[in-house]
Ligand binder design. Structure first.
Ligand code: ADP
Ligand code: GLC
Length: 482
């Protein structure tokens, strides 16, 4: 029976987070532990991680480790995650974003920083650093992409490996002149290895060297095998056959629970939705919007990037407010998008509110008070905010792509006849189709009984990690048995 799993990640909620990867890396191990696995998570000891973990103990010293001295430590997070921390101040000592400097530029030594993470993972997993030996190593995204490659260089008994692609757009590309610094033999730099258009790709290493490759929804698993969605990796991925599969994400339903959420003015449940109206009022006050329970309150909680399609939403603002609806945007990212929403909020302060930045508490308050969340992504491997939204009775209006297509049931005519629907989908991802979806949402909003039914459908869904964790467990068992 396979039992010991090492999860390798560059971010992990609640210790350090830039996006959904952290949510997954923080919640999946706990769900797997509930299914009987012993899961340890290896991550870099960034300053934020050192501030928020407890019971830290040094397990071993690594005196000559990628240009400095490092330590491997064990620790626990407040919510009980069992951690291995790679404490290497020369690599991870800077405060702030784990990947970028304060000017928003990728850190110049990212290749070394994340190769070091994978290198430590490979040593740790084979029992070289402690007496704990993994049976499965589960590496996430390009930052942990070299793990299986380094493992292939180890001798003796080796664990099986799973590599999860959370976002194919981030490919970990670096010049081949860095091979020696990365401790990678030249022979690995080939078409069948890590070479990608004359560059080293950490992402490709994960795909090529792992026993199984997963991504975070079945639809995205299909999309990335095509020329369009494959972002240059379509050919390689389509040749993976059943080595590649899509397993939907879940969310931590203890953290995202409208009945117990401490961030909400008034907690509520699917049978007692009245509290949501109070939260909406508080939100309208907070953002200085007109207090109006009848005006549908749309929201965005997102990185403001090309991927998320929010330029289309910015263009649709006149359409939204022209129909008496309101919009709240919480996010940060591209300067052009930040400016567009700041300008809209300045020009229409009764109807548009905007907070540029990252605020976990506010994200909960918005989910608790808004009526609809916009996710007009051009591509979306899974997406988590639509899952949180449905749990909070906030209907997702989403582009029909990737995990959004797989998790939101469109309230079309036939679905409504059957009493189904948990949100709205639109396609193609154009301003025109988005506006039509907004119109359809407004028609539904005006039919209070149907709206309530859709909210209840959404709140009835099981969006927890139970099902997905069982799928990962089955995958671990399958590859371990090979
Ligand atoms: P991605 O990982 O592509 O950014 P996901 O939907 O998978 O998208 O996950 C995003 C996570 O980050 C969610 O937990 C969401 O609530 C959170 N989030 C995004 N932007 C913000 C923000 N500005 N403030 C607070 N939380 C945010
Ligand atoms: C990525 C994707 C997002 C996904 C998240 C967690 O950041 O963009 O769709 O939900 O990873 O898997």
């Amino acid at each position: 029976m396979v039992n010991r799993v090492l999860s390798v990640t560059s971010e992990c909620f609640p210790l350090i987070k830039t996006g959904g990867l952290a949510d997954v890396a923080g919640a999946l191990p706990i769900a797997l532990e509930e299914q009987g696995f012993d899961v340890r998570t290896l991550l870099p000891a960034f300053p934020a991680v050192l501030k928020t973990t407890k019971s830290r103990k040094t397990l071993c010293k690594l005196p000559d480790f990628f240009g400095g001295s490092a330590k491997l430590m064990s620790a626990k997070s407040a919510d009980g995650l069992k951690l291995f921390l790679l404490n290497a101040p020369h690599l991870y000592g800077d405060e702030g974003n784990p990947y970028q400097d304060d000017a928003g530029k990728d850190r110049a030594n990212n290749h070394i920083r994340f190769a070091a993470l994978s290198y430590a993972a490979a040593k740790l997993a084979t029992g070289a650093l402690t007496n704990w030996q993994a049976e499965i190593v589960h590496a996430h995204d390009w930052q942990a992409g070299l793990t299986a490659l380094y493992l292939s260089l180890e001798s003796g008994k080796k664990p099986k490996t799973v590599f999860t692609i959370h976002n194919l757009a981030f490919q970990g590309l670096f010049p081949p002149t860095e091979l020696a610094a990365l401790k990678i033999p030249k022979a690995c730099f080939s078409r069948n290895g890590i070479e990608y258009w004359d560059k080293i790709s950490f992402l490709k290493a994960g795909i090529v060297y792992s026993d199984a490759v997963t991504t975070v929804s079945p639809s995205y698993a299909d999309e990335i095998c095509s020329d369009d969605g494959g972002m240059g990796f379509g050919g390689l991925l389509s040749h993976c056959g059943d080595k590649l599969s899509g397993i939907l994400n879940g969310i931590d339903t203890n953290i995202w629970n409208p009945e117990t959420d401490g961030a909400l003015t008034r907690p509520y449940s699917r049978n007692k939705l009245a509290g949501k109206a109070k939260n909406k009022r508080v939100l309208q006050e907070h953002f200085g919007l007109k207090i109006d329970s009848d005006a549908p309150l749309f929201c965005v909680i997102s990185r403001l990037t090309e991927q998320k399609g929010l330029d289309l939403l910015a263009a649709a603002v006149p359409h939204i407010i022209g129909n008496g609806a309101q919009l709240i945007v919480l996010g940060s990212g591209e300067a052009k998008l930040e400016k567009a929403f700041i300008t809209a909020a300045g020009a229409h302060s009764d109807h548009v509110g905007c907070f540029i930045g990252y605020d976990e508490n506010l994200a909960h308050q918005i989910q608790g008070g808004a009526d609809v969340i916009f996710i007009p992504s051009r591509f979306e491997p899974c997406g988590l905010t639509q899952l949180c939204a449905m749990r909070y009775g906030t209907l997702p209006l989403v582009a029909r792509v990737g995990g959004l297509a797989d998790t939101v049931i469109d309230a079309n005519e036939m679905a409504l006849q059957l009493g189904l629907g948990t949100g709205l989908q639109f396609s193609p991802v154009t301003e025109h189709a988005l506006k039509s979806a907004i119109d359809r949402t407004l028609r539904l909003w005006n039919d209070k009984k149907t709206w309530r039914k859709l909210q209840k459908n959404a709140m009835n869904l099981d969006v927890s990690w139970r099902g997905p964790a069982a799928s990962y467990a089955a995958l671990y068992r399958r590859i371990a048995a090979k």
